[in-house]
Design a protein around this ligand. Structure first.
Ligand code: ADP
Ligand code: ZN
Ligand code: ZN
Length: 798
């Protein structure tokens, strides 16, 4: 038999399948298997993408060397999907195959030096084992290595390592009858106290065995050496057993049977989706429902329908709304059938959850973007919550959009996709308008609560509380009033740190990152200036680095500064801050939310990570400290992003009995995105924004592709960009629009200069092949230090 293998080398020449002979002893090879194959002088990992009896290749095929896993990690469906997707988004197939696996399963290559001669084996550098070349940096050692290789005393080999480790637990089994143990106990020396304890326990609790090693040790207060001795004497047998790490262990496992009665709009939506599940239709629904209208309830009911049909369900939520609250809700409904995949898990936990899915032990998968590749079989429903979220698009290679992948998988499984949002993306809403998606509307809040009242505060005219220009008097008064009533407040500020830049008032100098074209942010807690793009850190300057003047000012604001201001203005209030800086450690996210939920704090201040999905009944005021941060970005969808964010965060207020209130501070109270967010009027926003997009020839009226060219050398990036532009001009014609090349809005990141070209088109049959050519040429350009990225339907084109 012959295996077609996609090898783990992301390059143009290797972006095809290679054939290998399957030796007799490797019987468990299947489509989807991960294998190790000889490739040139090396061994590399790859995936079996096909198996055939014959080959047209006339030479002698090499043998497959190793099958890595017992169960092929990928399903045939995912193998096929990788091919379709690679073509669609201009990525190498192997890059997509790799992103389908948890990170720990990606191959780790080690280059080692193996001694050949007896003489070499005795050399000090080997210490009895091969030398890891990745760890050699000493020049003398390098010279010695070269000599050994030249004299044929040692050779280089490549090791493919599998980083994924299963967690093992030890279980102890009995070997004798109860009477026999009593016999042994009697004959024991008086001094063997600990062994006595163990045998005594075995005799008294005979039925409790086999027992976990850790349990024996803790219950009997004996050391593991006692267990080892017992095994040696033949009293017990030790068995290693694989165990899953359970990321949900903090939640009570009991299933709650809360049967909420759906209202008529929810029922109508559920019926449509349910019918489609039963009829096995690859149909897409857009569930548009205002915040608090009970979309989640519709998803959960629909998942139940899929399960009743003996089919599985996949639910995506944005990373930042994959809150413990959300996970808990799903877990309570579906218990142990749920697997969760998100970045809050340790690599080991992710791997374990992933294996449960692959083995068919989980029927419901909840996860962030990359969970769209979960190796779930027999899918009966795919849900994408907050479908407008830009985080569903991966910003790095491979640049896939989870929504597009969902549609491909839905075709394969013949199951419906439900896209849900209070503020659908223009693209999805336009498709629903055309009838390509079925629109389902939820117009009322499920608990009959009115939407919160939203006030705009004009920062141009309002008076500020305190000496800083961040918090207005009306906002601070409202906070005080709520705290006095023992109610809680959420405050949003989309910028972390203390001050966003350092300005010299003497010479106008702004302190920028040495690697990026962006100003450094002051972080007071760590006493450093930080770059939010590359992580560069440096001490806070006391004089201007340019003119040595002491007249420097730290301007702009961030969460740290607002926290300090709040502490000054409201000394009694307890404040929790939630941003990247306070949530780095695993579990800290949950800890902050739990303690806010327990009312251990009055104010939760945070970046956009607090805008989604949180459901705290005692929150009656939501304040937006500056609504203009997103608006000021020169992007085609910045109004949409602003409208979405303000609507989402407003939805956090007044979710239960008490009425909610929202206050939005802005310098642009007349801007339509902000005004319509105030009235929470998605429909009008959609109409208005569609006109704006139409006039600007932007999506959804045009398709877009962004080509980005980067280099350490600004001129070569620009030059290459013009070469690509000319190539496009030769083959593409009106009404296609080619914009650029222009420097990107952040023109330099990590010492790389960025240039970009935007292609806007309606129907351009030649473009697909042309872009594939550009992708192929990119590899040659890479040798000249240039990187070229193609982004199909970019979320950002600044
Ligand atoms: P959304 O996801 O649309 O913002 P949720 O699904 O979070 O809304 O629902 C908001 C609140 O309303 C939740 O507390 C939920 O339990 C409740 N809820 C949902 N559907 C109903 C219903 N039919 N009757 C009563 N309460 C409901
Ligand atoms: Zn200066
Ligand atoms: Zn930087």
């Amino acid at each position: 038999m012959i295996a077609q293998v996609s090898v783990d080398v992301a390059a143009k020449q290797t972006d095809r399948v290679f054939e290998y002979h399957i030796p007799q002893e490797l019987t468990d090879v299947a489509v989807g298997s991960r294998v190790v194959v000889p490739f040139g002088r090396r061994k590399v990992q790859g995936f079996v993408v096909g198996i055939s009896k014959t080959t047209s290749y006339t030479g002698k095929l090499k043998d497959l060397l190793v099958v890595v896993d017992e169960l092929p990690p990928l399903t045939p469906e995912l193998i096929t999907l990788s091919k379709t997707l690679a073509d669609k988004i201009f990525a190498y197939r192997i890059t997509i195959l790799q992103s389908m696996l948890p990170r720990v399963m990606r191959a780790n290559y080690r280059k080692i030096l193996v001694p050949i001669t007896e003489e070499a084996k005795k050399l000090k550098i080997f210490k009895g084992e091969p030398l890891d070349l990745n760890e050699v940096s000493n020049l003398n050692t390098i010279i010695e290595i070269k000599k050994l290789i030249k004299n044929n005393q040692a050779k280089i080999e490549y090791l493919v390592e599998n980083k994924a480790k299963k967690k093992q637990i030890a279980i102890y089994l009995l070997t004798k009858t109860k009477a026999e143990y009593q016999q042994i106990l009697k004959g024991l020396r008086k001094t063997a106290k600990k062994q006595q304890v163990l045998l005594d326990n075995i005799v008294k609790n005979y039925h409790e065995y086999p027992k976990l090693g850790s349990k024996i040790v803790s219950e009997l207060d004996v050391s593991s050496s006692v267990l080892r001795a017992a095994v040696k004497k033949g009293w017990l047998v030790k068995k290693e057993q694989e165990m899953y790490r359970d990321p949900l262990k903090d939640f009570e496992p009991r299933k709650k049977k809360i049967q909420i009665k759906l209202n008529s709009e929810q029922t109508h939506a559920l019926n449509s989706i349910g019918k489609s599940i039963q009829k096995r239709e690859a149909k897409t629904f857009l569930l548009e429902g205002i915040t608090g209208s009970g979309k989640t309830e519709v998803y959960l009911h629909a998942i139940s329908i899929a399960l009743e049909q003996k089919r599985n369900a996949l639910m995506l939520v944005p990373e930042i709304s994959l809150t413990p609250q959300m996970v808990k809700q799903v877990k309570e409904r579906f218990g142990d059938n749920v697997a969760v995949l998100h970045s809050g898990l340790s690599e080991g936990e992710k791997y374990d959850e992933w294996r449960r899915i692959r083995r068919g032990e989980a029927q419901v998968v909840v996860g962030a973007r990359s969970a769209i590749f979960a190796p779930l079989k027999n899918i009966g429903l795919i849900v994408i919550d907050e479908e407008h979220e830009s985080s569903y698009k991966q910003n790095d290679t491979p640049r896939y959009h989870a929504r597009d992948v969902a549609l491909l998988r839905s075709k394969f499984h013949k199951c419906p996709v439900v896209l849900g949002s209070a503020t659908p993306s223009l693209a999805s809403r336009a498709r629903a308008q055309k009838g390509r998606y079925e629109l389902l509307l939820l117009t009322k809040r499920a608990n009959q609560k009115a939407l919160p009242k939203v006030d705009l505060i004009d920062l141009k005219t309002v008076e500020f509380a305190g000496a800083q220009f961040d918090l207005s008097i009306p906002l601070v008064d409202a906070i005080k009033e709520k705290i006095a009533k023992k109610e809680q407040v959420i405050l949003l500020l989309n910028r972390r740190g203390f001050a966003s830049f350092m300005l010299c008032r003497n010479c106008g100098f702004v302190l920028k990152c040495p690697n990026c074209d962006i100003s450094l942010t002051l972080h007071k807690d760590t006493q450093q200036m930080q770059c939010h793009y590359c992580g560069h850190k440096e001490p806070i300057p006391r004089r201007c680095p340019n003119c040595q003047s002491e007249k420097i000012r730290f301007l702009g604001t961030g969460t740290q500064k607002v926290q300090e201001e709040l502490e000054n203005l409201l000394p009694e209030a307890k404040i929790l801050r939630m941003d990247v800086d306070t949530t780095r450690r695993k579990g800290s996210y949950k800890k902050i939310l739990d303690s806010f939920g327990d009312h251990q704090a009055d104010i939760l201040l945070g970046t956009q990570m607090i805008a989604k999905g949180l459901d705290f009944p005692n929150v009656t005021l939501v304040g937006v400290i500056n609504a203009d941060t997103a608006l000021s970005l020169p992007d085609f969808n910045s109004s949409e992003k602003t409208f979405d964010l303000l609507t989402q965060v407003s939805g956090r207020a007044g979710r239960a009995e008490k009425t909610g209130r929202v206050m939005i501070q802005t310098y642009n109270p007349d801007n339509y995105a902000i005004k319509l967010a105030q009235s929470q009027d998605y429909e009008s926003f959609y109409q208005k924004e569609m006109r704006v997009r139409f006039q600007g020839n932007y999506p959804p009226f045009f398709y877009t592709t962004l080509i980005t060219i980067t280099s350490k050398n600004e001129q070569s990036a620009a030059k290459e960009a013009f070469v690509i532009k000319r190539k496009l001009m030769r083959h593409l014609h009106a009404p296609t629009i080619i914009l650029g090349p222009t420097p990107s809005s952040v023109a330099k990141i990590k010492n790389q200069y960025y240039y970009q070209i935007l292609v806007k088109y309606k129907h351009e049959p030649k473009l697909h092949d042309l872009l594939h050519q550009i992708q192929d040429d990119a590899q040659l350009a890479q040798k000249r230090g240039l990187n070229i990225y193609i982004d199909n339907e970019p979320e950002r084109i600044m």
